[in-house]
Design a protein around this ligand. Structure first.
Ligand SMILES: C[S@@+](CC[C@H](N)C(=O)[O-])C[C@H]1O[C@@H](n2cnc3c(N)ncnc32)[C@H](O)[C@@H]1O
Length: 382
């Protein structure tokens, strides 16, 4: 895996999302301690914006796409660390003191910036091609044109399918794959899952969407019937009380409120579900529980405490899943400019990472967290 190939291929496919160079190899000669690069659209073309940071200032420079590869290659020789985030993978560049470069390839974690450029040609559900459920849910018109006010939803659906594709794309899936979408709401993403597995993957998938709202469930069942989506059904109920005889392969829970996400995660663990995809919504529980004397300068501000408690919740949930034998990754769901609720937990059944058990305990102790819902609910469900 040569750096030049990675850059050339991603520039050609407009797959570069963000690049960061940090720690200059020669601090005396290089006044920029950090340089970031992102694609932006300018007069209908993609250009790459460099932001170059000195100790006190940031300078901007735009580079045409036919010159960016050379520039990135030059910068790679000047910095000790670099991270290249692309649509298909994240790359970590590590340069040793002797100047040897090592490239580590990781799963992709960043979403393409919505404003930066148009990736329509690569969407799993393309634009300008009529798609029955998107028409029925009012995202597209009958000619396949995406309605302007639904464009963000269209991108979110495609981003979600990219994440699903990344999680299952290389697995040999069984024909009767079974999925539950907890807190499905109006079910844009549940219908998208059906479209992906049934129509694209050609699997005899079975999908259940669950929600508290009766009228939403009626609406979704009507749409599924109208579209003849015979293996997709919606049920009315609370995640906490839900049980099934189905052998569930994937649990999805996107933006289910507060502890409903914990309940969904616990159900997934108890069912030994292979894949869990979860974007938390409001995380109220820890707001009133986290304490740490050393972090009081942060915690005394309600705004900061709220954000911090959300991050602590996501981190603790991830560790919880690791202690139950999942390999966990946090990825950006949609661009931060659209919603701060954009961290998606992607957990895949694996082996228990032994250190996670101690890390989980230490992390709880650090935040003085005791008596927390996810544990109580887990024990109750046993
Ligand atoms: C913000 S919506 C998200 C809808 C959809 N998952 C999405 O991301 O587009 C959250 C949904 O979760 C449902 N919900 C919240 N708590 C729930 C619970 N305990 N059991 C079932 N559904 C729940 C709500 O009724 C609501 O429709």
């Amino acid at each position: 895996m040569e750096l030049i190939n990675i850059i050339e291929e991603n520039v050609a496919n407009t797959g570069i999302i963000y690049v960061v160079f940090a720690t200059p190899l020669n601090k005396a000669e290089n006044k920029y301690k950090k340089i970031t690069i992102k694609p932006i659209s300018s007069e209908d073309k993609i250009v790459y914006q460099l932001e170059k940071f000195t100790d006190k200032q940031a300078f901007h420079e735009n580079i045409a796409s036919d010159a960016i590869t050379e520039r990135i290659m030059d910068l790679a020789n000047l910095y000790k660390n670099a991270n290249i985030f692309t649509v298909d993978a994240d790359y970590q560049l590590l340069v040793s003191k002797k100047g040897n470069m090592r490239i580590v390839k990781l799963a992709p974690t960043k979403a393409m910036s919505v404003g930066s450029h148009n990736k329509a040609k690569n969407y799993i559900i393309p634009e300008n091609t009529p798609c029955d459920f998107l028409i029925e849910l009012g995202v597209m018109n009958k000619d396949g044109k995406v309605l302007a006010k639904k464009y963000d939803k269209f991108k979110q659906i495609n981003r979600f399918l990219e994440i699903v594709d990344d999680a299952v794309g290389k697995i040999d899936l069984k024909n009767d794959y079974k999925i539950i979408d907890f807190g499905c709401g109006k079910a844009y993403l549940t219908f998208a899952l059906y479209h992906y597995f049934y129509k694209i993957k050609k699997l005899n998938v079975q999908i259940v969407g669950l929600d508290l709202k009766t009228e939403v469930i009626e609406f979704c069942n009507d749409v599924a019937k109208k579209l003849n989506y015979s293996q997709l059904r919606f049920e009315n109920g609370d995640i906490k009380d839900y049980n099934t005889n189905l052998d569930i392969d994937m649990v999805v829970t996107l933006h289910a409120c507060d502890n409903a996400t914990d309940a969904a995660l616990v159900k997934a663990v108890k069912w030994n579900t292979n894949i869990i995809l979860s974007v938390p919504c409001c995380q109220h529980e820890f707001f009133n529980k986290i304490e740490n004397d050393n972090l009081e300068p942060m915690l005394k501000h309600g705004l900061i405490k709220e954000r911090l408690s959300s991050l602590v919740t996501d981190s603790l949930r991830s560790l919880f899943l690791e202690t139950k034998g999942y390999k966990v990754q946090l990825v950006e769901f949609v661009d931060m400019e659209h919603t701060p609720k954009n961290i998606l937990i992607r957990a895949v059944k694996s082996n228990i990472r032994e250190e996670s058990i101690k890390e989980y305990k230490d992390f709880k102790k650090f935040w003085k967290l005791d008596d927390i819902f996810i544990e109580k609910y887990f024990n109750k469900c046993e």
